[in-house]
Design a binder for this molecule. Structure first.
Ligand code: ADP
Ligand code: MG
Length: 462
């Protein structure tokens, strides 16, 4: 039978190792702020790359015309076009299409991936209606949202530093991804110019600012996690170029690569990291983001199955398959409010082939989801708090300044226990009064529109 004593022992251990008391979160936030300073001081000075985006002006609302955007960053990519009508017209019209990336292209050759993307883009352009017509003799312009670490050389060029989130295509690393995309578009016979290359965090920041003037920070919590914010250019020692007129520079933190001995890491996290495509890297991301949360839960369950026959004498075969338990499944189980936890039972059956579980077992599974999700949400809150500290927005100012964090990503959007926990934790860290001046705003798919807006404000025809 089940050795519940052993199960409890493992659970207690996991609980203890995953604990994130407020005092610890404050230390994590301070460590984040310290790393931010170090990353701004010199290239390679920190685990945080603190990448210059070359975006020194965010959208004003005056943007006008038809622009395209392409958003590549996870399991899907999206192509969209917007008709911008200035202060009055705003985003007058918007169309998009979402295409999922065949898994083999995430591990193949660079040309294959970019050809696939350019072909989808070309098909999308074919469906352009009259209201989106480009004036005679003009080239279509595109904002390219590319959500991997890029060393930007200008607003419209940048070389790939490394892949993350399950992509691994060696021949792209070190290449200018704008050149790669442009060549692929040419192979498709598509006449389009990339006028802005932006990270999704930077796109979200731009889209967020267009909607709300108080947006200073953008955070992504989706397949992966990252953040960007508006820094004063004279607070970036590693920037040796001319100071931009605005005095500002958007920084793509690449915070997913944050690492600190203060992070609560378990043996399950260590094993996950060791067996990942990028061992030793993206440690913060592996604790927080949608690609990994379900996988951590699977690893804990597997251990319980192996050491205490949680699911019977034989370890369920499917439970041994990496990444079979995805975060949306975890979230569905975690939110199960039926008295007998029917959804948990069904997920176990459908995904893991585990039949007839006791209510006690289902409850145990929900509590494991709770531990893993809340650790992630609380660590994400600590990261945001760290940015607010760096910006001096963690205290009250007079006159009272409002600070808005534009948030995007399927994890935050759909996993409500996660997002509620994040919000509550951030409020705890800020304290009631300051918490009243900080808002997290869901900027649903703002990164694509944001990239189109940046393409518009940097159009070759201005
Ligand atoms: P991406 O990050 O790939 O650009 P999204 O922002 O749409 O795309 O995020 C997708 C990710 O969000 C998924 O990989 C998954 O981890 C997470 N996610 C999607 N739906 C849910 C859900 N219902 N519950 C929890 N997480 C979800
Ligand atoms: Mg995305």
């Amino acid at each position: 039978g089940t050795k519940w004593g052993k199960v409890r022992e493992i659970l207690t251990e996991v609980e203890k190792k995953c604990a994130t008391p407020v005092a610890r979160l404050r230390q994590v936030a301070d460590a984040m702020a310290v790393e931010m300073h170090a990353g701004l001081a010199s290239d390679g000075g920190s685990k945080l790359k603190m990448l210059l985006s070359y975006v020194d002006n965010l959208p004003t609302g005056d943007e006008n015309g038809v622009f395209y955007a392409l958003d590549l960053g996870g399991t899907n990519f999206r192509v969209l076009r917007v008709l911008l009508g200035g202060k009055e017209g705003r985003v007058a019209k918007q169309e998009y299409e979402e295409v999922s990336i065949p898994p083999h292209l995430m591990l193949g050759g660079s040309n294959e991936l970019f050809d696939f993307i350019a072909a989808a883009l070309a098909r999308f352009v074919e469906t352009e209606g009259d209201e989106f017509r480009i004036p005679e003799g003009r080239q279509r312009e595109l904002g390219f949202t590319f959500s991997f670490p890029v060393k930007q050389l200008s607003l419209a060029s940048g070389t790939l530093i490394k892949w993350t989130k399950g992509f691994c295509i060696e021949d792209t690393v070190g290449q200018d991804v704008v050149v790669e995309l442009t060549k692929a578009m040419e192979r498709q016979g598509l006449n389009m110019r990339v006028t802005a290359l932006v990270n999704d965090t930077v796109g979200t920041l731009a889209g967020g600012r267009y909607e709300d003037n108080d947006v200073l920070v953008a955070v992504i919590l989706g397949t992966g996690t990252n953040a960007a914010y508006v820094e004063r250019a004279n607070a970036i020692p590693k920037w040796h170029g001319l100071l931009p007129k605005s005095g500002d520079m958007v920084i793509n933190m690449e915070w997913g690569n944050f690492k600190s001995s203060l992070l609560p890491i378990t043996e399950y996290d260590e094993a996950l990291d060791f067996e990942s495509l990028n061992p030793g890297e993206q440690i913060y991301e592996k604790l927080i983001s949608g690609m990994y949360l379900g996988e951590i839960v699977r690893r804990i369950l597997l251990r319980m199955a192996q050491e205490s026959s949680l699911f019977g004498e034989v370890v369920p075969q499917k439970l041994e398959i990496p990444f079979i338990l995805r975060t949306p499944h975890m979230s569905a189980m975690h939110h199960d409010s039926s008295p007998d936890l029917k959804i948990v039972a069904n997920k176990l059956k459908d995904i893991l082939g585990i039949h007839s579980t006791s209510l006690k077992t289902r409850r145990l599974i929900v509590s494991i989801c709770d531990i893993v999700a809340k650790r992630g949400a609380r660590l994400a809150a600590a990261g945001i708090y760290g940015i607010l500290k760096k910006l001096g927005r963690d205290t009250l100012s007079s006159p009272k300044q409002r600070t808005v964090v534009a948030m995007d990503g399927g994890l935050y959007e759909h996993y409500s226990i996660f997002s509620e926990c994040l919000n509550n934790t951030l409020n705890d860290l800020l304290g009631e009064e300051v918490a009243g001046t900080v808002v997290i705003k869901l900027a649903n798919d703002g990164s694509g529109v944001g990239a189109a807006l940046l393409a518009a404000s940097h159009s070759q025809y201005l």
